[in-house]
Each structure stands twice: as C-alpha cells, then as structure tokens.
Design a protein around this ligand. Structure first.
Ligand SMILES: Cc1cc2nc3c(=O)[nH]c(=O)nc-3n(C[C@H](O)[C@H](O)[C@H](O)COP(=O)(O)OP(=O)(O)OC[C@H]3O[C@@H](n4cnc5c(N)ncnc54)[C@H](O)[C@@H]3O)c2cc1C
Length: 419
C-alpha cells in the first residue's frame, strides 16, 4: 500500500493529484495506492483572474469553482486545516485531530500575504485608502473603491520579493492606466510604481523593456524602495532609508510567507517559511520522503501557475521513482512562462528559466505566433484564454499542446549585452 498525501489543493496540489491518479489508475482503483488532498478553503480561486476583478473585467463568481470538483473522483479530498507535520513519524496532523500517515508527502500549500508584517499597513486606512488585490476580499473591496474614486495619487507598491506572479503588480499599473483613460479621468490620476528592485523587473533585459513601457504610459517608477511603514494620518508610504511617497490610494503587494503550520518544523523551511527544495528534483533538501511544488518552495524562479505546471511533469515522475526506490530525475530547469497584460487589449509574453532571462523574440515557434517582450493583441488573447486552459488542461494535469516543460531557445534573440 502506497499512501500519497498532498497538502494544499490549489493549482499545484490539484495538478499533482490528477496526474498521479492517472499514473496509478489501476492501483488506486484496486486500493493499493491512495491519494489524499488536504485543503481548508472550499473555494478554488483562479488567482490570475484576481487582477481583473478591481477593474470590473471579471466578477468574483467568474473565477471561483468548488475545490473538490477539480479533483478526480478517486482522489480523496479532506477538507480541513493542517496543524503541523511530524516528519519523524511520517505523518501530518490536522486541526480537527486527524492524523494522516504518508509514504510520500507533497507540500503544495502555496504562499499567503502577510500585510500585518509591515507597520501601519493594516491600519486605519486598510480597505479605505489601502488595498491588496491578491485575495478575493481585497480585489472585491478595491473594485468597489475604484468604481467611485475621483482620482489623485495612486501608488502601486511591492513591499518585498519574492511575491507570487511578480508581473501582476506591473499589470495592475498598466490596467489602471487603461481603466482611467477609458473613464476619461487619466489626467487626474497620477500613477507611481514603487518597487524594491533596481528596475521595473527582476532581470535586466525585461526590466529595460518594461521600464520603457511604464515611461510611455506616464507611470512613474521608484526603484530600490524598501517599504518600512505606512503613516495612516498623513497617507504616506515610508521606506527604510527615509524616503516618502504620498498617496490617496495605495495598492500594496504585501510581504509573502509560506503557510503558518510550517513554523512548527523550522528545519524544513527558510526564514519566510518556504520549503527548502532541491531546484531540479523538487525533493526536500532535509527529508527524502517530502517533496514540494508551486509557490510553497524556496526555488529561485517565479511563483506562478505556469511554473507549477512545468514542475508537475518532473515531480510526477519523481514520486514514482521515489516509491520504486529509483534515482530521481533532476529535470526541472526553472521554466516560467507569463503573459503581462499591458492594457488596451495588448500583452507581452515572458519565457525564461534558472539560466536564461526573459529575451525578445517569438514563441513557441521561431516565427511566433506570440511575441516575446513585445506587445501584441494575440498575447492579450492568450492571457484571456489562460482561464479556459487553467480549468480544462492545467488542473486536470494535461499537457498544453506546443508548450514543452523544458524552456527552449527556439525563437529567442540574444541581445549583444547578454551574449
Ligand atoms: C493577482 C494574481 C495574478 C496571478 N497571475 C498569474 C498568471 O497570469 N500566470 C500564472 O501562471 N500565475 C499567476 N498567478 C500565480 C498563481 O496563481 C500561483 O502561482 C499558483 O496558484 C500557485 O499554486 P500553488 O498550488 O502553489 O498555491 P495555491 O494555488 O495558492 O494553493 C495553495 C493551497 O493551500 C491551501 N492551504 C494553505 N495553508 C493551508 C493549511 N494550513 N491547511 C489547509 N490548506 C492550506 C490553500 O487553501 C490553497 O488552496 C497569479 C497570482 C495572483 C495572486
């Protein structure tokens, strides 16, 4: 009997459960292998859709489905909160007292925002002049605010990296430019993008392209801004080095942390509660029968659904290798693939991995049809089609035609500054 326990039934946990059920179809039906998924939230939210909720492009109902419905019937879905791991006993304890023993454990509990970690962020102005859009509650409250806002200083701030979907805050700024232009009030809205990075994005070539777009759209860029405090009285965002940015509306991307139950097993995680994970095999660097996937890991790639999808192919094989006592496949290369919505029905596409930064060119073929690091309407259509792909291909654990797990250099142009 092999007991596979998956913690978290979000993007990564759901993909893994459905893939492993397919791999072990006969054994699961025969009862010699079990796959159990634990999650505390009955809603499965299509999180990339949260970006569009504040602008009224999606309503909350458009992006939520029941959690259990995304899992194959032969996967056991256990609704409940995880209390702690007991690696020495090879078991997980749930808050309701259940003890779940495992032969192999997959941690897929993602990341959560921790606004309470920044002084004054959850203060008097929280959900009055200070909002997040990384939660359904935040995105919905922000939609209400934007629909009646009369204009002023809009500041979009990333408190600290890493965050999930590092392009989403940029997309928010671009969509705000579009939204207020459509509402014929762009002239009374001053948009500032404040980031702890030294440019618009983490890697130099993309940073330069996106920096130009921000300037073209008259969105002010404040780099190397490490937010330390919000002064609610004066409505000012303060950095650790004493700089101040006044705001009328602050859209914050707060500090991110791994799931709180991981505090009880500090040996497994880094300071931000992200699981110490082998970057190529996805095995815990501490406990051989524990693996991690998706936002929960400490890997130096984007925290994105596309990454969870690419990781899942390698992890699916590695769970089977582990249970069979075989060597693991070190095949995950950090591949990430993100559309960046830029407003006015345009989007960019980024494709990169641990070794190769996002480069200009075409994707997935040398002639396209998508454009890397260049705006196009087709990229925007790809962004909007991702919702259908997510529910119908990604979550069931199917391949996406033409999009390989390992990053390819096909169609990419290497600028002289990088070559
Ligand atoms: C605004 C926004 C825009 C985004 N845009 C994109 C995009 O365009 N493209 C893209 O690829 N990605 C995008 N992402 C990122 C993407 O949604 C995440 O990277 C992806 O969902 C990660 O999957 P995961 O399974 O690791 O985590 P999640 O999907 O967050 O799942 C984690 C699960 O663990 C559960 N859990 C946590 N703690 C416990 C506990 N103690 N007990 C029980 N259950 C627990 C949670 O309920 C949750 O269901 C975006 C994210 C946001 C917020």
């Amino acid at each position: 009997m092999s007991r596979i326990v998956i913690l978290g039934g979000g993007t990564a946990g759901t993909i893994m459960a459905n893939r492993l059920r397919r791999r072990y179809a006969q054994e699961v039906t025969a009862g010699s292998t079990s796959i159990t998924v634990v999650d505390e939230d009955p809603r499965h939210i299509y999180q990339p859709g949260l970006l569009f909720v504040p602008f009224g492009i999606y309503r909350p109902d458009d992006i939520v489905r029941p959690r259990g419905m995304q899992l194959h019937d032969e996967v056991t879905y256990k609704a409940g909160a995880i209390e702690q791991l007991v690696p020495d006993d090879h078991a997980v304890l749930l808050k309701d007292g259940t003890r779940l023993p495992y032969d192999v454990l997959i941690i897929a509990t993602g990341t959560r925002i921790a606004p309470e970690e920044t002084e004054g962020l959850v203060g008097r102005e929280w959900q009055h002049a200070v909002f997040d859009f990384y939660t359904m509650e935040g995105a919905t409250a922000l939609a209400r605010k934007l629909s009646t806002w009369r204009g002023g200083k809009l500041v979009v701030n990333v408190v600290e990296m890493p965050i999930k979907c590092p392009v989403a805050p940029l997309e928010f700024a671009f969509l705000a430019d579009w939204y207020f232009t459509m509402r014929k009030m762009r002239d009374v809205v001053d948009i500032t993008y404040a980031t702890p990075l030294d440019g618009a994005f983490t890697r130099p070539v993309a940073s330069q392209h996106i920096g130009h777009l921000l300037a073209k759209k008259q969105i002010g860029l404040v780099p190397e801004f490490n937010a330390g405090r919000v002064d609610n009285e004066r409505k000012v965002l303060e950095s650790w080095d004493g700089r101040e940015i006044p705001f009328d509306l602050l859209v914050t991307i707060p500090l991110h942390q791994g799931a709180a139950y991981l505090k009880a097993t500090p040996e497994l995680v880094d300071d931000n509660l992200f699981v110490k994970t082998n970057p190529n095999t996805l095995q815990s660097t501490v406990a051989p029968d524990i693996f991690a996937i998706g936002d929960a890991t400490n890997l130096p790639t984007s925290k994105a659904g596309s990454v969870a999808h690419f990781e899942s192919e390698v992890l699916d094989a590695n769970i089977a290798h582990f249970l069979a006592g075989e060597a693991l496949d070190p095949g995950f290369d950090g591949h990430a693939n993100c559309f960046v919505e830029t407003g006015f029905d345009q989007a960019l596409l980024l494709d990169f991995n641990y070794e190769t930064e996002p480069l200009p060119g075409h994707y997935p073929l040398p002639i396209g049809p998508m454009t890397l690091l260049g705006e196009s309407r087709l990229n925007h259509m790809g962004k909007m089609a991702f919702k259908w792909i997510y529910w119908n291909l990604l979550l069931p654990g199917h391949e996406i035609p033409g999009i390989p797990t390992r990053m390819s250099m096909r169609g990419k142009h290497v600028p002289a500054s990088v070559a």
